[in-house]
Every structure is written in structure tokens, then in C-alpha cells.
Design a protein around this ligand. Structure first.
Ligand SMILES: [Zn+2]
Length: 305
């Protein structure tokens, strides 16, 4: 019977669960909507336990599940096994590891979705073998996770909030209440908002970041201008991080990175133009995409088993 772990990535709208082998391959998986009332104690844990039991049943006698890893967004205290706070999901101090261990009879690791995603990228993805890495998913929001000297920086769950570093002091209002945060200037949502505000409204309305990226490729002046603002803001934040931490690898993920070189080419140039004495980092696209969280949960579980 092959050994696997159960891995669960809890998001604001979806929960993805999978059985993952030691090479990072998903042998079974399920994706379901996040249960309503997930912030109420016991509700989310019940959903996760149900998914893991279901995966175990389908794997039958072919795979043996040795441990379970769960990742969630927000502030997470992995050592206490408690999800401290999530703006999207609305919980405060939600116990996860303890009750889930009781329900499943397995050792359970709890972690942060983006920090665990970084671990997965280092173990099975684009940062293989690296020891000093910034993982920067740029999607609806912007998150950050740091590995320094081979260790993921946690700071009791407070580390890595690069999306809320101010890059434009008088910039747009951010969801966190401050003005000009990186997330309010350079996330996919911010790029879309800026483009919509400056363009003539067209039939069909909303222009997505992927469409704006193709307009950049076609040298559309407005798209190029809007994209440039995001690239400069990202370059400022990456340069700050490189200077402060000495990361040698920057992995850009999330929706905006799907444009590939349309984002990475100008970003490399903008960072290079800002560096003076610092070690220049390799700036690359993250490899695991939407699987990063789930595989990160698997990496945490494998470390337990
Ligand atoms: Zn903010």
C-alpha cells in the first residue's frame, strides 16, 4: 500500500482537498464550495474531515493516509493549530488541528496558504533547492512569503504582508484602511480598476487583467501606461525586499503572472535599474499555480509523517 498524505487548501470561496504522494503528485482530489458559516467553531473542521474521509474511501486499499495538512488564509498560528483571523472568512481564533486530529485519528498540521505554497515551490516547483526566496502571488490581492537561510519566516503569523507596504503615499485606498499599499496599486484588481477609470466605457463593461495584458502586448497606449504603474510599484516592493533580506530568487505567482514575460520582462528591467550594490535576484514565474496551496498543505503533512 502506497503512503500518501491528505492535503486541504481552504479558500474564501472553495476548498480543495487531495491525497498527495511523496513526490508531490495528487493521486485523488476534490474541490467543493467553502461551507457557509465556516467561521463558527466546528463547521469548517467538519467539512474538512468529511472531505478527507471521502478521499480515503475512494483510495480504498491502494493508499494509506499517514497525516493531514490544512492551509488557510489570514493570520495563522501553526504551532498552536489555531486559525487566528481571516478578513474573508470572518473567523477569530478558530481551533483546527486539535479537533481535526480527534475526528480523523491522524496527526494534523495547520499552516498559512501562501507560506505553505512557498514550501511547495521550493520542494516540488520553481524554487527547487533555493534557500533565500520571496514568493509573491499577485492576484485579486497581493501576498508575500519569505524563506531565508532555508527557513520560512513566520513571526507568529505576522510576516510577509508585502501587499500592505506603501508604494504610493497618496495612492488609492486599500482594503486594510491605508492609502497606496502595493495591493491597492499593483494587484490584478487594482490594474483593472485603474484601466476602467481611465478608459472610455465600452459595451460589455469589465476589462480583465488578462485582456489588459494582451493589449500591452499590442502596444495599446493606455494599457501600457496602466501596466507600467503596476510594474513600477512591484519593482519598488521587490527592491525593498531584496535590500532588506537578500533573497536570491523571486517567484511571481497569481493571476497577473499568467501573462508571463509581459509582466516579468519589464519587472526584471525595473528592478535591475533600481539595484546598486545588491545581489540581483532571479525573477521567475511560480510553477505550481493554483495547486501551490494544496501542495503546500501536503508538504506540511509530509513533514509530520
Ligand atoms: Zn493595505
Amino acid at each position: 500500500m502506497a503512503q500518501v498524505v491528505a492535503a486541504v487548501d481552504v479558500g474564501g470561496t472553495r476548498v480543495k482537498a487531495a491525497l498527495v504522494d511523496a513526490a508531490g503528485h495528487e493521486v485523488e482530489s476534490r474541490t467543493v464550495p467553502t461551507v457557509p458559516g465556516a467561521s463558527v467553531e466546528g463547521v469548517l473542521v467538519g467539512q474538512v474531515a468529511g472531505l478527507v474521509r471521502d478521499l480515503r474511501d475512494s483510495a480504498g486499499s491502494r493508499h494509506e493516509v499517514g497525516a493531514c495538512g490544512v492551509v488557510v488564509p489570514g493570520l495563522v498560528d501553526g504551532s498552536a493549530g489555531v486559525a487566528r483571523w481571516s478578513a474573508n472568512l470572518g473567523w477569530r481564533d478558530l481551533p483546527v488541528s486539535g479537533p481535526l486530529t480527534e475526528l480523523l485519528g491522524l496527526p494534523v498540521a495547520l499552516g498559512h496558504d501562501v507560506r505553505a505554497g512557498l514550501v511547495a515551490e521550493v520542494r516540488w516547483g520553481a524554487a527547487s533547492g533555493a534557500r533565500n526566496v520571496l514568493f509573491l502571488p499577485v492576484g485579486t490581492g497581493i501576498a508575500g512569503a519569505l524563506m531565508l537561510d532555508g527557513r520560512v519566516v513566520e513571526a507568529d503569523g505576522w510576516a510577509g504582508e508585502l501587499g500592505h507596504v506603501v508604494v504610493e503615499p497618496d495612492g488609492p485606498l486599500c482594503g486594510c484602511g491605508a492609502h497606496g499599499c502595493l495591493e491597492a496599486v499593483a494587484s490584478a484588481a487594482a490594474v483593472e480598476r485603474r484601466y476602467a477609470a481611465l478608459s472610455v466605457p465600452v459595451a460589455g463593461g469589465h476589462v480583465g487583467a488578462d485582456r489588459i495584458a494582451s493589449l500591452v502586448d499590442a502596444s495599446d497606449p493606455l494599457a501600457v501606461e496602466v501596466w507600467g504603474v503596476a510594474v513600477e510599484a512591484l519593482a519598488r516592493a521587490v527592491t525593498l525586499t531584496v535590500t532588506l533580506t537578500g533573497v536570491e530568487r523571486v517567484l511571481v505567482g497569481g493571476g497577473l503572472a499568467q501573462s508571463g514575460e509581459t509582466l516579468l520582462g519589464p519587472l526584471r528591467a525595473a528592478v535591475a535599474s533600481r539595484l546598486t550594490f545588491q545581489r540581483a535576484p532571479a525573477i521567475e514565474r511560480a510553477q505550481l499555480g493554483e495547486r501551490a496551496g494544496c501542495l503546500g498543505a501536503a508538504a506540511l503533512a509530509w513533514d509530520l509523517s
